[in-house]
Design a protein. Structure first.
Length: 194
């Protein structure tokens, strides 16, 4: 199986998990811990000034958390399914890259839709310079997308990537080829070397 096929087996689950993690970070850290904003605090209808308005915002935050939970579960299901199919050893770099890319996508999409297009809240509703915070949030998301994309596309190959397997093989007296076949599933119809 080539690198592209390997990446396709667990790259989408990593993106879904990254979106979910980004949403949970936003909801837990920015909404609850720092209390910089709630879901609808920039609207004229539901600020954070009355108990009723806070109740509506808490409901909005809860629906937001439910959607990020669904995306996270979807990522776990996709990852589970990918792990049950034949595949070569997975790359940590590619998976972490997919997580960063997903988190960055969350920031950019949420920042453009909720902060700019709908205007239902901003990163810092209490700031006199809301646009600066919103742009910083978008830049952070863009940087995560770029870092995730680059990280997932720069696979290590050759002796550097094989050295830990070879060293472990020498330590237990097993050949590198035998260990590699035991660690990875082989294409349908082939028996692993035992």
């Amino acid at each position: 199986m080539d690198i592209a096929a390997q990446r396709n087996s667990y790259f989408p689950p990593g993106v879904f998990l990254g979106i979910g993690l980004g949403g949970f970070f936003d909801g837990i850290v920015l909404h609850q811990l720092l209390q910089w904003h709630h879901m609808f605090t920039s609207t004229d209808r539901w600020s954070d000034k009355t108990v009723h308005d806070l109740e509506v915002n808490t409901l909005g935050d809860g629906l937001f958390h439910a959607s990020t939970w669904i995306l996270t579960v979807a990522g776990l299901v996709l990852l589970w399914r990918a792990g049950r199919r034949p595949h070569p050893a997975w790359s940590t770099r590619t998976f972490v890259g997919a997580l960063l890319l997903g988190w960055g996508l969350f920031n950019v999409v949420e920042g453009v839709i909720n902060h700019q297009f709908l205007g239902i809240h901003h990163v810092r509703d209490d700031s006199t310079n809301q646009i600066a915070w919103d742009l910083a949030f978008l830049a952070w998301g863009g940087a995560m997308i770029a870092a995730g994309w680059l990280l997932s596309r720069t696979e290590r190959t050759g002796p550097v990537a094989e050295a830990p397997v070879a060293a472990a093989s020498r330590a237990d007296g097993e050949g590198a080829t035998d260990r590699q076949h035991r660690r990875t599933r082989v294409a349908d119809g082939q028996e692993p070397i035992r």
